[in-house]
Design a protein around this ligand. Structure first.
Ligand code: AHG
Ligand code: MN
Ligand code: MN
Ligand code: MN
Length: 336
């Protein structure tokens, strides 16, 4: 009888990173080791997220963070797990986290060449409802001769060495990209404890009639924002209106948009003149993933998101993120 087609040529993230490294003759292996620490942190966070309701890890931690968010217990645990993984990697010189007011410098890590920005738990307001949340990260390389200063992380997204996110949904889905590289998706196989390559070379559809925005902010929107979304809901050429999908976790909304196409937006508005999402650990990493998958990302002034330089580590920006043609449509409404 035919033996079941067992895939014996399994590409784990570990193998993928080894193969990537061999493409760069000058590689020291440091980035690979940093990525192993990153992937461990995703496995650990995934583990605690899934057990939260069983071990009383839901609910508030009773404190708030630098950006004014009420911290959930899992925000704090995710943050602590991530910091420990970065510190013990020996390859991270400094770390910016949504949950840390100041930059964390790992001064004892001599020879560490990387600066990392992270949102340990994105979408944490949804946590107690069991909705998908995620971790977003960006990796910068220190300037030559730098031992790690805030200038090494306050850079445009065009200088990111790597970026991505892990969404803790029905399974843990890791999406990662390198500067000028492709976007690759991995699924955590809990029996192996390995991320397995399941979505090689992800490309976002050029267009898709799906829009993802918190319409509860419509009262505060600028005129051109209103006009753009109305053009999707009440099409002039009596075409079909767009479908609305909004989860409220950027990672989940972004992952769906990356796979299905469409537009995700958190526009700057009268309530949040600088926007809500943070540049270093939400907007820039997502913008790099979407550009490398053939999409676009712009801020509320239609500037290329990857060219926006934050002044402070928790600076925010408006963002439109999605299919190439959909972002072109947004630009046409703002150019008027
Ligand atoms: P975080 O949980 O890391 O603070 O991020 C929350 C963000 C993002 O995940 C999501 O897109 C957005 O907040 C939702 O904001 P609204 O609830 O205002 O729509
Ligand atoms: Mn938060
Ligand atoms: Mn977030
Ligand atoms: Mn967060």
């Amino acid at each position: 009888a035919e033996t079941a087609a067992v895939n014996t040529n399994i590409v784990t993230l570990t193998r993928f990173l080894t193969e990537e490294q061999s493409k760069h003759k000058e590689a020291t292996g440091d980035f690979t080791l940093l990525c192993h620490a990153l992937q461990f942190s995703f496995k650990a966070i995934s583990h605690y997220i899934r057990r939260a309701t069983l071990v009383n890890l839901t609910g508030l931690a009773g404190q708030s963070n630098a950006t004014g968010d009420d911290q959930k217990k899992l925000d704090v645990i995710g943050n602590d797990l991530f910091i420990a993984a970065m510190r013990s990697s020996g390859k991270c010189a400094l770390l910016v986290s949504e949950e840390e007011e100041e930059i964390i410098y790992f001064k004892d890590q001599t020879g560490a060449r990387y600066a990392v920005a992270c949102d340990p738990i994105d979408g944490s307001s949804n946590l107690d409802a069991g909705v998908s949340v995620g971790t977003i990260f960006g990796v910068h390389k220190l300037a030559e001769g730098s031992t790690g200063t805030k200038e090494d992380i306050l850079k445009p997204g065009t200088e990111l060495l790597a970026a991505g996110f892990t969404m803790y949904g029905a399974s843990a889905q890791l999406v990662i990209t390198m500067r000028g590289g492709t976007v690759n998706g991995f699924t955590l196989d809990n029996s192996f404890g390995e991320f397995i390559l399941t979505h090689p070379n992800m490309r976002i559809p050029k267009k898709r009639a799906i829009y993802s925005v918190n319409e509860g902010n419509s009262l505060y929107w600028e005129e051109n924002t209103k006009e753009y979304f109305n053009s999707l809901k009440f099409p002039q050429d009596n075409g079909k209106p767009y479908s609305a999908r909004y989860i409220g976790s950027m990672v989940a909304d972004a992952y769906r948009t990356l796979l299905y196409g469409g537009i995700f937006a958190y526009p700057a508005d009268k309530k949040s003149p600088k926007g809500k999402l943070r540049i270093l650990y939400e907007c820039a990493p997502m913008a790099m993933v979407f550009e490398n998958a053939g999409g676009q990302a712009v801020d509320s002034k239609m500037r290329r998101m990857l060219e926006v330089v934050p002044e402070h580590i928790h600076d925010r920006s408006g963002i439109y993120l999605g299919s190439y043609d959909e972002v072109e449509k947004v630009k046409s409404f703002y150019k008027k």
